[in-house]
Design a protein around this ligand. Structure first.
Ligand code: SF4
Ligand code: SF4
Length: 281
């Protein structure tokens, strides 16, 4: 009898999140039999009763943003015993919607939600790679199923995953959508957002709101100036772009972050139609 081959040990871990990315993983289980059959899932609290978060992992999928000291502890303990660590979803990759709280003092955030805040030690939202090294990013809010599949297959095969390397605009053009931005319909974030979703929102008539995080080569300064100079609905969304710049890795948008912060006041205090806000940089 041939010796049994040890399957790769996989763990799914959750930080602060809505658990939507884990739901995608569960939803796609029908399409993942070859993968699920090929691995030994040791920790996946949302999907199984018996879990073992200890020991070594060949692959760890981390969902959620860091918002508590316990998350920092978990990541620092997990990283040295994990071969490949994947940030799963926008919260883990960039901080996601949880980053909205970062412009508000933490005690104010806590007391908005809880009457007794004495038991809470929440902290500013951070992406996983602010704390530990991340080997691969599965983007999206929630994560894209086929993209996650490609990532898992590649991890098991030990090859580089074939993921998109272009902006949402590129996919929008491929879909032959009329452009919301150039047609002055909305301050769509497609030009600065990482593609891979197939331009899901613009294809369905809605502007991209950047859930897949900033595209690596995005010219956010030019984009911010362009939005300020236009009479376009959703211009006040620059506030949201400020959030996006806020949670982007510091080496990606340092200038963009400053430009956006500097123009924020002008944007919110300048009525649409006035050009005053565009000259403030
Ligand atoms: S609608 Fe948005 S994503 Fe599509 S081309 Fe225009 S700016 Fe880009
Ligand atoms: S179009 Fe933008 S907001 Fe919509 S799914 Fe894609 S990246 Fe996310």
């Amino acid at each position: 009898m041939s010796p049994e081959i040890e399957k790769p040990r996989v763990g799914v871990f959750k930080l602060s999140s809505c658990a939507g990315c884990q739901m995608v993983l569960i939803y796609h289980h029908d399409y993942l039999p070859e993968i699920l059959g090929a691995v030994d899932i040791k920790n996946f609290k949302m999907a199984r009763r018996d879990n073992d978060p200890e020991g070594k992992f060949d692959l760890a999928l981390v969902e959620g943003a860091v918002t508590e000291p316990e998350h920092v502890k978990l990541l620092k303990e997990l990283r040295p015993r994990t071969k490949l660590l994947v940030a799963m979803g926008s919260c883990a990759c960039d901080g996601g919607v949880l980053s909205m709280k970062n412009s508000t003092p933490e005690y104010q955030v806590e007391s908005t939600v809880y009457t007794d805040t004495s038991k809470f030690t929440s902290m500013k939202t951070q992406p996983v790679d602010d704390i530990v090294k991340v080997d691969a990013y599965a983007r999206g809010c929630p994560v894209d199923g086929p993209e996650l599949l490609e990532l898992l297959k590649s991890a098991l095969a030990g090859k580089r995953p074939n993921l998109s390397n272009y902006s949402v605009c590129m996919e929008c053009k491929v879909n032959e959508n009329p452009c919301l931005y150039t047609n002055n319909k909305d301050a769509c974030m497609g030009p600065i957002t990482k593609g891979g979703c197939g331009a899901l929102c613009p294809t369905n008539g809605r502007a991209c709101r950047g859930c897949r995080g900033p595209h690596t080569d995005a010219n956010i300064i030019s984009y911010a100036r362009s939005v300020l100079d236009r009479e376009i609905p959703g211009r006040e969304d620059l506030l949201r772009r400020r959030e996006l710049a806020e949670f982007a890795p510091p080496n990606v948008f340092p200038q963009g972050r400053n430009v956006i912060k500097a123009t924020e006041v002008a944007v919110v205090s300048t009525p649409i139609g006035s050009k005053k806000g565009g000259s403030s940089q």
